[in-house]
Design a protein around this ligand. Structure first.
Ligand code: RIB
Ligand code: CA
Length: 336
């Protein structure tokens, strides 16, 4: 998993830890929502919280390939995990660069590993430069990013992960062109990930599933910045992360909700989500100033180029949250 942990990245990572059938080989930390070192601290802390301090965490690039790094503390909080104050992990990131971790793992287990990318594509682009055979060595690639014929969340047409590092995204999609259809990356873009819209009721259901006797109520009328008093530790931290994220979405007129994009991508990678896809040739704009980071999908072969993506065209929000509540609720109960 390559992430820029962030609140929804955190939910994605916690979800993967709740899946016994998922072997979490490594977590690599890419700058985006917050800087790379903070992402790594968040990843280490979350893995320890979930009892997975065995999973290596690495850092690679500290900035996008060409443009300066822009982070978004207003969206995910100054440390990237909302109001949560995660107990610092007792271990440090690997000394190896994230790219070396990627390539070593893929070469040692050809055709076995799925790459889940929920961050700007900086490190994956660097890995592809270092090992052009990476697409053949991986079993599959799942990308959270892009927005196709749908409004952006960073500029009117661009989605965050694509906008932070447009050159990396352009390199990745160019490198993935022409793969057999069944090997093309699955792209979870805003038009479907914004359907995975978490509400405070889902958090209350999670707390109940975790065995919390007192209802976990995060309400629109609450004073901002309250902290959870849930009896379950994992629920407390998830609640504190989501409260910040609910407040952010409301501030930007989307309602007291949370678009948990990365959790949906993680459920696709874990094989626990039902979804439909359409193949397309994806272009990532890197030159036109107002359009940098914009992704365009040619579903009809008008450009005469081979497809390089299978874009999710349909998903099932109610099933997604039922799965999240039952899986993460059970993990929270196990952890106590
Ligand atoms: O646009 C949503 C994406 O950008 C998600 O991955 C979120 O974590 C942010 O990184
Ligand atoms: Ca992310």
């Amino acid at each position: 998993m390559d992430c820029d942990t962030g609140v929804d990245d955190a939910l994605a990572l916690i979800y993967l830890c709740s899946q016994p059938h998922v072997e979490l080989v490594a977590v690599t930390s890419t700058p985006g929502n917050v800087d790379a070192d903070q992402v790594a601290r968040n990843n280490l802390a979350l893995l320890e919280l979930c009892g997975r301090a065995d999973v290596p965490v690495a850092v690679g690039a500290l900035a996008p390939l060409r443009v300066p790094l822009v982070t978004t503390p207003e969206t995910h909080g100054p440390q990237g995990v909302g109001y949560a104050e995660l107990p610092p992990a007792r271990r440090a990131p690997e000394r190896r660069d994230a790219v070396d971790l990627w390539i070593d793992a893929a070469r040692s287990r050809p055709g076995e590993l799925t790459a889940l990318l929920t961050a700007p594509l900086t490190n994956f682009a660097r890995a592809l430069r270092a090992e052009p055979r990476l697409p053949e060595l991986l079993k599959g690639v799942v990308i959270m990013g892009g927005s196709f014929f749908y409004q952006g969340n960073t500029t009117p047409t661009a989605e965050w992960n694509m906008h932070v590092d447009p050159h990396a995204a352009a390199e990745v999609f160019a490198a993935l062109a022409g793969l057999p259809e069944t090997r093309l990356p699955i792209v979870c873009a805003l038009e479907t990930t914004e359907r995975i819209e978490m509400h405070p009721e889902h958090l209350a259901e999670l707390a109940a599933a975790a065995g919390c006797a007192v209802p976990e109520l995060v309400l629109p009328g609450d004073a901002e910045g309250l902290r959870s008093r849930a009896s379950n530790r994992l629920v407390r931290h998830v609640s504190d992360m989501l409260r910040f994220y609910f407040e952010f979405h409301r501030l930007y007129d989307q309602g007291y909700v949370a678009h948990v994009h990365d959790y949906f991508a993680a459920s696709v990678a874990a094989g626990t989500a039902r979804f439909a896809t359409r193949s397309a040739s994806v272009h990532v704009e890197t030159e036109a100033a107002r359009l940098v980071g914009t992704t365009v999908a040619d579903y009809r072969g008008l450009w005469g180029e081979p497809p390089n993506a299978r874009i999710v065209s349909g998903n099932r929000p109610a099933e997604a949250f039922a799965e999240f509540v039952s899986s993460v609720g059970a993990l929270a109960r196990r952890l106590g």
